[in-house]
Design a protein around this ligand. Structure first.
Ligand code: SF4
Length: 204
């Protein structure tokens, strides 16, 4: 009686939850949440570049197998909406990004250029895949050996076909170019003086 058991188990950890202490920032410790907007300083052109790069609207324009990968990029697994570019427009008048997804035939070249011309400024072009970028395996008379001979291409995405995440990486690079205010490359037709002509020789 009265002697303490030396082998009595010692409970180090409690199974009961200790109540959380209320953590409140004092007035002198940092910013107190009061619902106000605070102050943000920036430049108007930076704000415009940021908003343009975060809301690219691609023209719905798929030429070949690469277009399937482009469609996957807008589906739920890759979700191009995370980068604000999910609004594929059926009219070039409402689009500011042309994703050339697939090989472009010589017959299709004037139409591609016409769609590009109908897009309002500022606008950008992303060449998706080996065929669009350099003709790919189709080194023949029927396929344009790189759409940069027709339209100024801002970003080339390599691969046959490029995976949707490669397209997203290309999109991120384009966003970076827009935010850094890097201008479009020179227009190949305006610079060279070349003209696209239709099947009857009419100028397009
Ligand atoms: S790069 Fe490959 S996947 Fe893309 S259009 Fe050409 S052949 Fe098809």
């Amino acid at each position: 009686m009265g002697v303490k058991n030396p082998w009595e188990p010692v409970q180090t950890y409690s199974n009961t939850q200790t109540p959380r202490l209320r953590r409140e920032l004092s007035v002198n410790q940092g910013h107190k949440k009061d619902g106000s907007f605070g102050i943000l300083t920036t430049q108007v052109n930076k704000l415009l570049d940021w908003s343009r790069s975060s809301s690219l609207w691609p023209a719905t324009f798929g030429l070949a197998c690469c277009a399937i990968e482009m469609m996957s990029a807008s589906a739920d697994r890759f979700d191009i909406a995370r980068f604000g570019a999910e609004v594929f427009r059926a009219s070039p008048r409402q689009a500011d990004l042309m994703i050339v997804a697939g090989r472009c035939s010589v017959k299709m070249a004037p139409i591609l250029r016409q769609i590009y011309d109908q897009m309002p400024e500022p606008k950008w072009v992303l060449s998706m895949g080996a065929c669009a970028s350099c003709g790919g395996v189709f080194n023949n008379y029927a396929i344009v050996q790189g759409v940069d001979k027709i339209v100024p291409v801002d970003v080339f995405v390599p691969g046959c076909p490029p995976t949707p995440d490669m397209l997203l990486f290309g999109l991120n690079e384009l966003q970076r170019k827009i935010r850094e205010h890097i201008p479009n490359p020179p227009d190949p037709l305006k610079d060279s003086g070349l003209k696209l002509v239709g099947p009857l020789g009419e100028e397009l």
